[in-house]
Design a protein around this ligand. Structure first.
Ligand code: URP
Ligand code: ZN
Ligand code: ZN
Ligand code: ZN
Length: 484
């Protein structure tokens, strides 16, 4: 059974043109005018784009004494409803746990996924076993990215020496290290001080994590990566200080990537000063939302190319879960949702305002990250041979975001009441229609794990340069007698 998407305009990261797209066996088999097939999807008035890839989600994540509420079923359903056709989750080994054992748990959880997915492996502790298992993770398990938390002291946080060792290992294996960049020691001290002063509400969360602690950690991670000879991907870049460090590194020739979230682009710090405790607590995440100047910096980075990817860090907790932190903001589970809203919110606030072109929209929601993760052009492309992960985007379809009609299983939405213009008419996952306007036709378990090969090009280039510029002993004809 073949399907043809007919009458639309194809929009990719570098081209905009009118053509039909024919799909068979889950892949794109032909692109051109006047195609025919068994099924026809009408794309008149629509843009036919690569499905979104969200490289930063936490589904059923064990965190802060609970589990994030959206699992691989509801999370990927939410993603598809908003035009996202692939997600990448973070496997989190417990302290001392084998990476391979942790991966089994993630393999079990993900069998319910409605769309394709992959994993990042997290380095949550360091030792010979981690060093050894990283090789199997890359070479046998198809995972080429390793996450490091510089925050969450006493839980997920790793120190500089551990990061340096891990980044060197990544460089050798052809893997890409990722960092959550906040100075966890300073945050922990600020949290204690705020609590001692009676500042225990959700606004204390924002006060304890100012932009400078993110900027410092981002810069530190960049220097460590440079010393290790590895590229670096900075997740949830939320402020000018972090963006500035990334921009400077890139101008100096370093392979550093930055990922703003749709939440940081469109919601600001005033959310933490709402008189309603629930309202503010629901928006507690790390890093916290920032002011308008930081938002402008992130938008400029996307337009100019110093930031490459828009993600969600989807990590949804119910109001009840958030209330664990009543009286102590340090206990509010950190995280917000966004999987269903990332693409419509970015289109509305980016393309419709002229901050981004349609091609840039495709680049930052799909193609750039497909290349960074080494899954391009299987994903992130409208090309013959690519997976038919496609969104048929209707730029005129509009809705008001509301928890009442969302796919996510939580009881609120941080974008509640926002008007979006630009929504999927169809979302296809490997050729299967999962969303047809408001009708959800997702198939639990349809999603497959996407294996990602080690990087050759970037890591090879960096290691070649490292080797050429490595310290070398100067050979001299004689050594003078030592002075008295
Ligand atoms: O607050 C957040 N971002 N929660 C999810 C875990 C993380 O730091 O990415
Ligand atoms: Zn994080
Ligand atoms: Zn995260
Ligand atoms: Zn299937």
């Amino acid at each position: 059974m073949s399907t043809v998407i007919k009458g639309g305009t194809i929009v990719t990261a570098d081209l905009t043109y009118k053509a039909d797209v024919k799909i068979d066996g889950g892949k794109i088999v032909e692109i051109g005018p006047n195609l025919s097939g068994d099924d026809v999807l009408d794309a008149a008035g629509c843009y036919v784009m690569p499905g979104g890839i969200d490289p930063h989600v936490h589904l059923e994540m064990p965190f802060m004494g609970t589990y994030s509420a959206d699992d691989f079923e509801s999370g990927t359903r939410a993603g598809l409803a908003g035009g996202t056709t692939m997600v990448v989750d973070f496997c989190l080994p417990d302290p001392g746990q084998s990476l391979l054992d942790a991966l089994k748990r993630w393999d079990n959880k993900s069998t319910r996924a409605n769309c394709d997915y992959s994993f990042h492996m997290s380095v949550t502790w360091w030792g010979e076993q981690v060093f050894d298992e990283m090789k199997a993770i890359v070479e046998e398990k198809g995972i080429n990215t390793f996450k490091h938390f510089m925050a969450y002291k006493g839980a997920l946080m790793v120190n500089d020496d551990e990061m340096f060792a891990s980044f060197q290992r990544c460089a050798a294996l052809g893997a890409l290290p990722l960092v959550h960049a906040e100075n966890g020691d300073v945050v922990a001290a600020m949290q204690t001080k705020l609590m001692d002063e009676g500042n225990n509400g959700p606004e204390g969360h924002a006060y304890s994590r100012p932009p400078s602690v993110e900027g410092e950690a981002t810069n530190r991670a960049i220097i460590i990566a440079d010393m290790a000879g590895s590229p670096l991907y900075v997740v949830h870049t939320s402020c000018e200080q972090a963006h500035e460090a990334i921009r400077r590194a890139r101008q100096n020739g370093m392979r550093v990537y930055g990922e703003p979230l749709i939440q940081h682009l469109t919601l600001d710090e005033s959310e933490y000063f709402n008189k309603d405790w629930d309202h503010s607590a629901r928006r507690v995440m790390s890093p916290p939302f920032r002011n308008k100047q930081h938002q402008d910096s992130l938008w400029a980075g996307l337009a100019s190319g110093s930031l490459q990817v828009v993600a969600t860090d989807h990590c949804a907790f119910t109001t009840d879960q958030k209330r664990t932190g009543a009286g102590d903001f340090r206990k509010i589970p950190n995280g917000t949702g966004g999987l269903e809203d990332r693409m419509p919110m970015l289109w509305t606030n980016g393309v419709n305002t002229g901050r981004l072109t349609m091609n840039e929209f495709v680049a930052v929601t799909s193609t750039n990250i497909a290349k960074i993760l080494n899954v391009y052009p299987k994903k992130g492309a409208i090309l013959v041979g690519a997976d038919a992960d496609i969104v048929v985007w209707d730029p005129k379809r509009a809705k008001t975001i509301s928890a009442k009609s969302q796919q996510s299983s939580i009881d609120y939405n941080v974008f509640e009441g926002k008007e979006v213009v630009g929504l999927p008419r169809y979302t296809l996952t490997r050729g299967v229609v999962a969303i047809e306007e408001s009708t959800v036709k997702t198939r639990e378990g349809h999603g497959q794990f996407v294996k990602r090969d080690p990087f050759t090009a970037v890591n090879k280039a960096l290691s070649t340069w490292k080797e050429i510029t490595a310290p070398r002993k100067v050979e001299r004809s004689g050594i003078p007698a030592s002075g008295v």
